[in-house]
Design a binder for this molecule. Structure first.
Ligand code: SF4
Ligand code: SF4
Length: 457
């Protein structure tokens, strides 16, 4: 049997969990001395992550088409006016500004001037990049092409090409990278007032009226950039939002540099963060993780605490497969994020469905759809993003610690034990907010990512 796909006997594992629940020490060695997690580098995954032919959550129907709508960030203003009137919108904006300034003056923990500006400055790289420009340029920036060097372009087997690109992605800052086939339905219809079209051309182009993706770009490098767990544990604060802003800037850096690397090998590349296409379905197809009750990706190593980005290319590579490590089954029983969500934005449904919650959702795929209006409205009240759902999720853990590997592995192979592990998560106090002020005197690793977090699963 394939080592990666090997299942621990449910009977043996449940015996372990049951013993622990009854007060007998956990028989942990039986599990952790099994096959050593293979996810120590970008080409392998932990043994308890199984590859599957179809995503565990993602069934589609005929309503599933390219997304022509807008995100809640673009929709919120009009929706607020429609639902509550212009005066309510003005009052909300005024309260947001007033609280921002008051909390800075009051030095409210996590909302002081240094907290807010740490978060704001985290955007710097991302805000200097627009689709088709700067770091997110769709064509070569500076790298010399093989033709200019007078050499052939890079050629190897599809697997070696994939390994090469994944290694480079990790070098530039990816926590995980996988290869998915292009799926035009995941690509948005428009952005920045222009259409996004596929054409039989040799190179990508950004024109006055349209963005052109060459049809020969049949491969997508899906990338997950891990976020700073120490900041996520400070959510919801301005300081905690720093994990998000820095994550986006790191995404722009990773895809911008990786696209230039691919061009330097002699191929075309389009870097993309949240623009141009939906990142999550490509990440699912590339085996980076599973969809969850959050309607977000959960990865084996970093849980939901990632930002996603991708690079489209015509460089032929071996594609990865979706994975199953028990997330969807765990989510059916857990519901911790929905219970802790202060705005009631997350679904309590036992099963995912096709029932969308608003125009911010792209219909036609099965999911636990979220009410982004409620979520974003809450952000206006707290003056920053929130992130409580990320912080409380039992999968949001430093990946390498043995107890977390044990829990994730157990959830992967023994769904009936999920409630027990959710309860354990609460007992250990995970998900409780850490004191924001202490962060400033702690010894922080670069980018807030220590080796416990960025290696292994
Ligand atoms: S960010 Fe906060 S308000 Fe939004 S879904 Fe998560 S917990 Fe709820
Ligand atoms: S908190 Fe629980 S239900 Fe929510 S995404 Fe995480 S595992 Fe799933």
């Amino acid at each position: 049997m394939d080592r990666k796909n090997k299942r621990v006997s449910r009977r043996g594992l449940l015996k372990t969990a049951g013993a622990a629940a009854g007060g007998v020490p956990l028989a942990v060695p039986a599990l952790v001395t099994g096959p050593e997690p293979a996810g120590r580098n970008i080409h392998q995954r932990p043994w308890w992550v199984r590859t599957v032919e179809r995503p565990t959550l993602g069934e589609t129907n005929s309503d599933f088409q390219r997304f022509g709508g807008a995100s809640i960030f673009a929709l919120y203003r009009d929706l607020k006016v429609q639902r509550e009137g212009e005066a309510a919108l003005k009052a909300e904006r005024a309260a947001n500004r007033r609280h921002t300034a008051e909390w800075i003056r009051q030095k409210k923990p996590g909302f002081g001037l240094r907290d807010r500006q740490l978060m704001e400055a985290g955007w710097t790289v991302m805000r200097s990049a627009r689709p088709g420009e700067g770091l997110l340029a769709w064509t070569r920036v500076r790298v010399q092409t093989p033709a200019e060097l007078g050499v052939d372009r890079y050629a190897a087997s599809p697997q070696e090409m994939a390994n090469t690109v994944k290694a480079a992605a990790r070098f530039y800052g990816a926590g995980a990278a996988g290869i998915a086939p292009m799926n035009e339905k995941y690509v948005n219809l428009r952005q920045g007032g222009k259409d996004i079209v596929f054409e039989d051309v040799d190179a990508p182009a950004v024109g006055e009226q349209k963005f052109v993706i060459p049809r020969k770009m049949k491969w997508v490098v899906a990338i997950a950039v891990p976020m700073d767990l120490d900041l996520i544990r400070r959510a919801p604060t301005a300081l905690g939002e720093g994990a998000t802003t820095l994550g986006y800037s790191q995404c722009a850096f990773v895809v911008g540099t990786l696209a230039e690397f691919i061009r330097g090998l002699g191929y075309q590349a389009i870097p993309s963060v949240n623009d141009t296409a939906q990142s999550v379905p490509f990440a699912v197809d590339a085996g980076l993780g599973e969809m969850s009750r959050l309607n977000r990706l959960i990865t084996p190593a970093f849980g939901p605490a990632v930002r996603l980005c991708k690079v489209f290319t015509d460089m032929p590579m071996a594609c990865d497969k979706p994975v199953d490590f028990g997330v969807v089954e765990f989510c059916k029983r857990c519901k911790k994020c929905a219970e802790e969500c202060p705005s009631g934005a997350l679904s309590f449904d036992d099963e995912p469905s096709f029932r969308v919650r608003g125009p911010w959702n792209n219909p036609g795929h099965k999911a636990w759809y979220e009410d982004s209006y409620r979520c974003f409205q809450h952000w206006q009240e707290v003056t920053t993003d929130c992130g409580i759902c990320f912080a409380v999720c039992p999968y949001t853990k430093a990946a390498k610690a043995w107890v977390h590997r044990f829990v994730k592995a157990a959830a992967s192979v023994a769904p009936p034990a999920d409630r027990f592990f959710r309860a354990m998560d609460n007992v250990f106090g995970y998900g409780r907010q850490h004191a924001p002020e202490k962060w400033w005197s702690e010894d922080q690793p670069p980018f807030g990512l220590d080796s416990e977090q960025v290696r292994g699963g």
